[in-house]
Design a protein around this ligand. Structure first.
Ligand code: NAD
Length: 478
């Protein structure tokens, strides 16, 4: 269904994120027929260029990052006609009057802040000053949203001076992933799982976001951030919330976000013995972390594993184990709900003991798998084995339906539709920082370095111990 006509300004429209993600996503939605009619997409950035040069830059970006659709020459030519460009200084006066003159008031106006967070306040203030911030306009802000509770609060306050909460779309692209939304469909659209979704039946939950690459060219940005800020506070926290939250009464923005917030507020502080941080070493002709960042003595973590407890009626006694890192064995993200053993095995010890596992795979091959126990086929007696009931979407739905839109496609269309369900609310972000801040403060107070781990491994051994001492094991990263 096409969205209503809109004008979208991409501040930072010449930057890496705009070229790799935002503009290709808009193009794919155009090819899909969701963007049509009189729409203007205006790049606004510091570089001096005119609209023709900007169109050429975007054409090249789409050819490089647009996927299969990039070959659609006629559509690409038509799409590029929607583009315009303004040279603008977020901190000065240049370009603002030009931009205001281009915006039309009879439609939805959205402003994507794809610039450094230090400029968010300047943009909000000038949008207001130049009469572009009416009650219907929307702003989209990228991560990182602050670097701790204090800075996130300050940022929320700054934005709130010119925009109300219903206009602010804080992006976490994990929430735009098809499988993440499917997690809610699985939980709240079936009767099968919800009765078992609690500490009585769930032994523990594992959330893994493993990357095989290192910090690459983003070393200096990453070094000022680290895995806790870059991954745990936002993406992993969002996954944790969706897994653990109570059923909202309606699938509506505030109903869903209220429930997520309750989860974050119910998290116990993380005890120092329940968190492990690591930093990758070099190997196989690959440089180690410290060789890739400016500070050769950096104490920034490229890996975190931790055990979290949610102190509420549903989850008391069920630990949530989270781990994320760079330069791990494989690029693989999943949530695994590990159910308890059957209370009694009628088949005897020889048959083996098994338990159900529900795995929600985010990458690669998005899909959901339920491990069930069956009899091993054949005449060998009652021996049990685990087999997957596999719901890999590409197989179940056919390749066409499983050709999911990229997270950015969905999220940008939600901005235009005015649906905030998949965006983080200000209080959620603050609550998440309030939980991660003490862990980071504890690290800052020590002088110990993160534990080294080999590139291509599963992280430091202490992360394995975090599970072993509870009589549990991480799932293989694959
Ligand atoms: P970038 O450095 O590639 O681009 C920055 C853009 O901002 C450029 O278009 C530049 O012209 C513009 N800009 C800088 N100063 C300006 C000023 N004073 N006035 C107007 N425009 C100005 O950055 P990026 O990688 O595209 O990141 C943009 C935002 O997205 C950042 O907040 C970043 O944290 C976030 N982000 C980026 C990625 C990514 O993969 N690149 C991922 C997640 C979040």
């Amino acid at each position: 269904i096409p969205v209503d006509p809109f004008d979208l300004v991409v501040f930072g429209g010449t930057g890496d994120l705009a070229r790799r993600k935002i503009l290709p996503a808009l193009f794919r939605r155009y090819v899909a027929g969701q963007i049509e009619g009189d729409v203007r997409l205006i790049g606004a950035a510091r570089s001096e260029m005119d609209a023709t040069a900007y169109r050429e830059m975007v054409r090249e970006a789409i050819l490089e990052f647009g996927g299969d659709e990039a070959g659609r020459k006629t559509e690409l030519a038509a799409f590029l006609k929607m583009l315009d460009y303004v040279t603008l200084d977020a901190k000065g006066t240049q370009g603002w009057a030009d931009l205001a003159a281009k915006m039309r008031t009879d439609r939805i106006c959205a402003f994507y802040f794809s610039v450094a967070p230090s400029l968010f306040g300047d943009l909000a203030k000038r949008l207001h000053k130049h009469g572009m911030a009416d009650d219907e306009s929307r702003i989209v802000v990228e991560k990182p949203f602050g670097r701790d509770l204090e800075t996130a609060r300050a940022l929320n306050r700054t934005l709130a001076r010119h925009f109300h909460e219903g206009q602010i779309y804080r992006i976490d692209h994990y929430l735009g992933k098809e499988t993440v939304q499917n997690l809610m469909a699985i939980r709240f659209g079936n009767v099968l799982f919800e009765p078992l979704w609690n500490s009585q039946y769930v032994d523990h939950i594992q959330i893994t976001v493993a990357e095989s690459v290192g910090v690459g060219g983003r070393g200096d940005y990453y070094d000022s951030s680290g895995a806790m800020r870059d991954m745990v506070q936002n993406h992993m926290m969002q996954l944790l919330c969706l897994i653990a939250m109570e059923p909202p009464a309606k699938f509506e923005p505030d109903a869903v976000r209220d429930e997520k917030l309750k989860v974050i507020r119910a998290l116990d502080p993380v005890e120092p013995e329940n968190v492990v941080r690591g930093q990758y070493e070099g190997g196989d002709a690959q440089p180690g972390y410290r060789a890739q960042v400016e500070n050769a003595d950096s104490l920034t973590e490229s890996f975190v594993a931790l055990k979290a407890h949610i102190s509420n009626w549903r989850w008391a006694g069920t630990p949530f184990y989270l781990r994320t890192g760079k330069r791990l064995k494989e690029r693989a993200s999943e949530i695994a709900v590990m159910f308890k053993d059957a209370p009694h095995s009628i088949f005897g010890a020889d048959a083996g003991r098994h338990h159900n596992i529900l795995t929600i795979r985010l990458q690669p091959n998005e899909g959901i798998e339920l491990g069930v126990t069956i009899k091993e086929p054949g005449p060998g007696g009652m021996r049990l084995i685990d087999v997957p009931l596999d719901m890999t979407f590409a197989e179940a739905l056919g390749p066409e339906e499983a050709d999911f839109p990229d997270a950015y496609e969905r999220l940008i269309m939600d901005v235009i539709r005015g649906n905030q369900t998949l965006f983080m609310r200000g209080d959620e972000v603050e609550a998440a920082w309030a939980w991660t801040d003490p862990v980071i403060a504890e690290w800052d107070a020590q002088s110990d370095a993160p534990l080294p781990y080999a590139s291509g491994s599963s992280g430091p051994d202490d992360a394995l111990m975090l599970m072993h001492r509870d009589g549990r094991r991480w799932r293989e990263i694959r």
